[in-house]
Design a protein around this ligand. Structure first.
Ligand SMILES: [Mg+2]
Length: 344
């Protein structure tokens, strides 16, 4: 499968999982079943919110934008500041800073994470060495790090570089080592899958890296729990909840990996990823990034792709990542992604 197909699948898959999970984000499993039937929410057409996406997709797009506008931690910080404005303003300002910030649909506030908001409200601070508490929200390990980090795995970095750069950028908002290392692990996983590695060996390769990192243990334990539960039997919501609820970074990653391992196709994986009592839109988004990278855009449910909000923008950003980082051609991109000030 061609790399572009995987990049497009990874970003649009994330949006699908986000949109499927958002209507049930704050519902317990019994409430979801009471509302949608014994199998839970199984079709985006039944979700009732017009395919809306949330902070997970918004921030993923701004991660990609930060990479396209310089890629240094300072550039990611500036990109997340532009996302922050989308959560504070009613719509794009005239002369918005870049093409992405001019997209009207991004100006919706749908339960954004507190650490993400407070983290980017502060000035840029360089990351701490891995294993130490980061400088911003040092005790936070919410899943807001993981759910935005797929683009680090989609720009042709090797898994170690993807891990490093995602974990550094995660420290812009979350300082708990598990919070930022889980994001790094996720980016490494995406990098491996996007390069053609099947999911299970990719998880094993990431576990090897986590085992070698100071404070990598919590994330490694969560991933091993996902593998163990996946080996126990067919997928179910009860099994998902034995893996975790996804509010915290390592559980979000583990639930997404579990669903991607057990679901027989992208649709089944996404349904598993959102039907539980936890953070359904984030586990859905992260699972969607994984299955999209695995199966490509054509492996995603076509009827859901038609429904999801922002589809054209998400696919444009995917193509722009490929153009800039795989084809190495920026000539058509500077209009949409003016380089950061110090990089200009
Ligand atoms: Mg969300």
């Amino acid at each position: 499968m061609d790399f572009t197909e995987r990049v497009r699948g990874a970003l649009l898959g994330g949006a699908l999982g986000d949109a499927l999970g958002w209507p049930v984000e704050f519902r317990r499993l019994d409430q979801i079943r009471a509302g949608y039937g014994p199998d839970g929410l199984t079709d985006l057409a039944d979700a009732g919110r017009g395919g809306q996406v949330t902070d997970d997709t918004q921030m993923t797009l701004f991660t990609a934008e930060g990479l396209l506008r310089g890629g240094r931690p300072e550039d990611l910080h500036a990109a997340y500041r532009r996302w922050f404005l989308t959560q504070r303003l009613p719509g794009p300002v005239r002369d918005a800073d870049g093409w992405l910030a001019a997209q009207d649909f991004l100006y919706a506030s749908r339960a954004p994470g507190n650490a993400c908001l407070t983290g980017v409200a502060t000035d840029y601070r360089p990351a701490a060495p891995f294993g130490q508490d980061g400088p911003v929200n040092p005790h936070s390990k919410g899943c807001g790090t993981v759910m935005r980090s797929a683009p680090f795995g989609l720009i042709g970095l090797d898994p170690d570089q993807a891990l490093h750069r995602a974990a550094v950028a995660a420290q812009l908002t979350h300082g708990h080592p598990t919070g930022y290392l889980a994001a790094g692990a996720f980016a490494a996983l995406i990098a491996l899958i996007a390069a053609g590695t099947p999911l299970r060996p990719a998880v094993d390769a990431v576990l090897t890296r986590l085992d070698a990192l100071p404070r990598g243990r919590e994330t490694a334990d969560a991933l091993r729990r996902a593998l163990r539960v996946a080996a126990e039997g067919p997928g179910s919501a009860e099994a998902v909840e034995r893996v975790g609820l996804g509010w915290i970074a390592e559980e979000c990653l583990a639930v997404a990996v579990y669903a991607a391992l057990v679901g027989e196709d992208a649709r089944a994986a996404l349904v598993l990823a959102v039907n539980h009592s936890g953070d359904s839109d984030s586990t859905g988004a992260v699972c969607g990034n994984l299955v999209g990278a695995l199966h490509g855009l054509s492996g995603l449910p076509a009827d859901w792709c038609e429904l999801v909000e922002g589809r054209e923008v998400v696919l444009q950003v995917a193509d722009d990542l490929v153009t800039a980082f795989t084809l190495g051609d920026r000539t058509a991109l500077d209009g949409r992604y003016p380089p950061g000030p110090a990089a200009a």
